[in-house]
Design a protein around this ligand. Structure first.
Ligand code: GUN
Ligand code: ZN
Length: 459
């Protein structure tokens, strides 16, 4: 080849095309606590084609219309009669706690010491951390969750393992090194200087790469010295695009302990606020025992509470007053908080959320709950351009669901379908109330099928 020839062009291969056919359900706005029949923002597109090109949704159209040129020979995954929804977003979940999910008999502080801290200590071992991260992400997908805000452990390798696994699958993941420099056992403690260096290194290597974001991760106020909280605030201010995640006001004994440890703070939330930790990218789990001043602070910053229903019931922490938070302008998302929570399934967590509200005389519609796990969480995380919706241009993080699994749910669904034209909510509500991961058909992350339920074999 003469020296002057231009280098051979290597055109990018055309992105793969695929089509899903099913009943599309997503949201265009928050239905709020309106009665289901009056709710707005619900987008129901029965029997539609969802067209995927590469990692993104390319187009959506009724299946009654012929596919456009260039799509006619594309394989169609047949999800007719199934719900096709955006993947769920779990805004607070602990990777290493799959080892202690469903541990008997204690409230928060005792549960941490008895079960959680010993399990987290094992993550100093890179093999444990990498195997744990892989198992965890596969478990999320098998439960219909495609994006998450995750607590690893204090060990840097536990963060690297999660980021590596998520990046390999182009998954949207928010996580960061857990900060804790007191009130935890040996093997789970860091120090301010090394912790800051580790966080900066992780931010440099992972934050903003692919679909990864770093979160400054204060475990909770009792396990950080005031000096460490100041350092965490400095990180949030210096790296403005990062998130912040922590726990707040979950349990009454915890709240009393924080008041003793930080006597000059106005409240538990103030311990974080006065260090500059509360901003629009702050995700605070629980928030059961906050007061009106705290809620005003959260509203002013656009910070969100990650309401964790199954955890709050299981650990006996209390009943979160969602309606009050909503009326006072606080952003609320839904979270599994496994292993305080008893299931990674957002459906099961929705069912628990319904019961928590019912005990307080409030009715949580399936529309409000599903919006919260999809577009609501995406909006509060500043990611609605990417996840939480079935919209051309968004990432193809999509899940197909059977509306009913098992004879009782199937019978209930047949009854509800008789009235479908009048009341779609009745059918979808029965699904969220009775459903779980056994209803799941397929999970797609960035256009790749990462989990498929095994097909039933005829006897
Ligand atoms: N508060 C501090 N750490 C934890 C944790 O791991 N789980 C829950 N539910 N609350 C916490
Ligand atoms: Zn938690």
């Amino acid at each position: 080849m003469p020296e002057s020839s231009p280098p051979l062009a290597h055109p990018e291969p055309a992105p793969t095309r695929q089509v899903l056919r099913g009943d599309l359900l997503d949201f265009t706005a928050d239905p709020g606590f309106a009665p289901p029949a009056e709710a707005t923002g619900v987008r129901w597109r029965p029997d539609h084609f969802l067209m995927i090109e590469g990692e993104r949704i390319a187009a959506i159209q009724p299946a009654s219309q012929a596919l456009p040129a260039g799509w006619a020979d594309v394989p169609v995954a047949d999800h007719r009669g199934q719900l096709v929804m955006p993947g769920f977003i779990d805004t607070h979940v602990h990777c290493p706690q799959l080892d202690v999910i469903a541990s008997y008999g204690t409230e928060l502080l005792d549960w941490l010491n008895t079960y959680t801290f010993p399990a987290e200590r094992r993550y100093i071992d890179p093999t444990v951390a990498h195997e744990g991260a892989e198992r965890f992400l596969h478990a999320l997908w098998a439960h219909g969750t495609t994006s998450a805000v995750v607590f690893p452990t204090v060990h840097k390798v536990s963060v690297e393992a999660l980021f590596d696994q998520a990046r390999a699958h182009h998954m949207r993941l928010i996580t960061g090194k857990v900060l804790m420099d007191r009130h935890a056992p040996e093997g789970l403690l860091d120090d301010v200087e090394q912790a800051e260096k580790d966080c900066v290194d992780l931010i440099d290597r992972f934050h903003g790469q692919d679909r990864l974001s770093f979160a400054v991760t204060v475990r909770f106020a009792p396990t950080s010295t005031p000096e460490q909280l100041t350092m965490a605030g400095r990180l949030c201010q210096t790296y403005a695009g990062t998130y912040m995640q922590t726990h707040v006001a979950e349990n009454r004994d915890e709240v009393k302990w924080v008041a003793e440890l930080f006597p000059t703070a106005r409240s538990y939330l103030d311990v974080y606020d006065r260090e500059g930790l509360i901003g629009p990218r702050a995700v605070l789990a629980h928030g059961i025992w906050l007061d009106a001043n705290d809620r005003a602070v959260l509203k002013a910053h656009g910070a969100q509470i990650a309401h964790s229903p199954s955890s709050n019931l299981f650990l006996g922490s209390g009943l979160f007053n969602w309606l009050e938070a909503e009326r006072e302008g606080v952003h609320v998302s839904l979270a599994s908080d496994v292993g305080g929570g008893t299931s990674l399934s957002m459906l099961r967590n929705i069912a628990d959320a319904y019961k928590i509200q019912a005990l307080q005389g409030v009715r949580l519609s399936a529309w409000k709950a599903l919006h919260t796990c999809t577009l609501g969480a995406a909006s509060h995380l500043g990611l609605a351009h990417e996840i939480g919706r079935l919209e051309p241009g968004c990432m193809a993080d999509v899940v197909a669901w059977h509306v009913a699994h098992g004879p009782v749910a199937e019978h209930r669904d047949r009854v509800a379908q008789d009235k479908l034209a009048r009341d779609l909510h009745e059918r979808v509500f029965a699904w969220v109330t009775m459903g779980d991961e056994r209803n799941l058909v397929s999970t797609y992350v960035a256009g790749q099928c990462v989990h498929s339920a095994p097909r039933a074999v005829d006897q």
